[in-house]
Design a protein around this ligand. Sequence first.
Ligand code: B12
Ligand code: SF4
Length: 445
Amino acid sequence: MTIRKVVLIQPGRDGRVLGRATSEPYTLMRLASLVPSDIPVEIWDEDLMRLPVETLGPDDMVGISAKTLMVDRAKQIAGRIRERGAAVVMGGTHTTLVPDEVAAWAQVIAVGEGYRTWPQIIRDFDRGSLQPRYVDEAWAPLDSGIAVLQDRVLRQVDEHRNYWTPYLEITRGCPRSCTFCTAIRVSGQKMRLRPVDEVVEEIQRRRLKRFFLTDDNFGLNFRLFPEYMEQLLRALAKLPLQGWTCQAEQMVADYPDLLALARAAHLEKFFIGFESINPGNRRELGGKARGDVTRSRQVIEAVHRHGIGVVGLFVFGFDSDTPESFGALWDFVRTSELDGVSVTILTPYPGTVQRQELLAAGRILPHDTWEKYNTNHVTYIPAQMTVAQLQEGYDWLCRKLYGAPAILRRGLRAWRRAPDRAGKRMFSSFSTDVGYRWETGHRND
Ligand code: B12
Ligand code: SF4
């Protein structure tokens, strides 16, 4: 058999917002860049286009990537493609977390990062010897050029025209062990670093002015690899960037020298995982947060002092949370100087310690589809609330946090703190808040 083309699909959910899609298919851009250059490759993003499944035939190979909440949609798409005779490979977060479940309906599954197996899968298909299961067990080194995006992929995706936020990965992994986190299962607990020169080259070639880092815990590198961070931040400082954002934890506040360098490197804001303001939930937070509001306020102030914004990430429904927890968080946010806030309902994803514990206690609610695992719905029985109390409390909090007055107040605060960069700061605060308002709107689905 001679392969005609490879197609990579990102199942859709939100479509376009003001002409562009919100989530760039960065995962697929990386996989497409691993396809040998003599084989045509296409990326189909269902948020941008109707999937032209009818154009596929037996010489085509299709890879689909899906998180848990998108896996039911992925299954429907895979079924339609199989009817055309093309081969379908399922990969991504959900397949890696529960391979046997996906293998029950998928023709081929790819577990893990795929750096070794994806090129192998393409070769096997070309030779007519496709296997049902490929498992990539090792965490690939990111310093060998495998993460570089190819020009033909960039041309096709046309990221500046089609997407609101370009993504970039600089480091990958997180050594923490929060009980609710699946990221460590898909990215590993060993932090891996891309070479600084490679990152700079990619930013320049992609003509990026703004980007969001996909790194799970970029900030932790302040402690783990300070020399690498210094070298990286000094290199980014020389680029004509408008601003970039990344995920971090509270410890970044303890590194004033690196914070100053980060600001000079055009870092606009940290998304910090405070997770909970309830000290009773400490055990679940993997050692990175303790629910200490005094510390949280100090962290926000210290980061702001360097001209960097803070978006607070919070999770609800841990075992120590009660109906009073919603009001307590609202009071904290209202009186804090946070530039943006994300609240999600604890979601016991497959492969987490949290899920094992809840399953053992008979507390997981039955579900027909995985669509409700979007962090806006209650999918288990909370310890100190009813299911309805958790859902209603969350709904109340979302209305408070993402109502026009709260969004406006946070925007004005951002403006007051940096009058010299007022327009940029207010836009940044509004765009984050509006994005979360949009995402949490799925609680009504
Ligand atoms: C960036 C990111 C986002 C971005 C957008 C990502 C996108 N384009 O879809 C934003 C901020 C929008 C986002 C939103 C959400 N996200 Co998110 N996100 C991430 C993050 C931090 C990095 C993902 C990434 O791009 N990594 C870089 C790329 C290169 O790596 P990769 O995706 O892992 O892909 C590699 C392999 O997995 C494999 N692979 C992947 N697919 C396939 C397919 C085939 C065929 C093959 C062979 C291999 C393969 O090969 C790739 C190259 O190595 C991950 C955490 C993580 N470490 O995975 C969470 C994560 C994926 N997100 C998660 C969640 C829960 C969400 C939200 C529901 C959160 C929310 N409440 O809003 C939403 C859902 C939005 C949606 N519609 O899908 C969870 C998913 C859990 C699960 N079991 O599904 C994760 C794991 C984080 C966590 N909390 O544990 N997210
Ligand atoms: S710190 Fe973040 S990425 Fe690391 S284990 Fe905890 S939730 Fe996951």
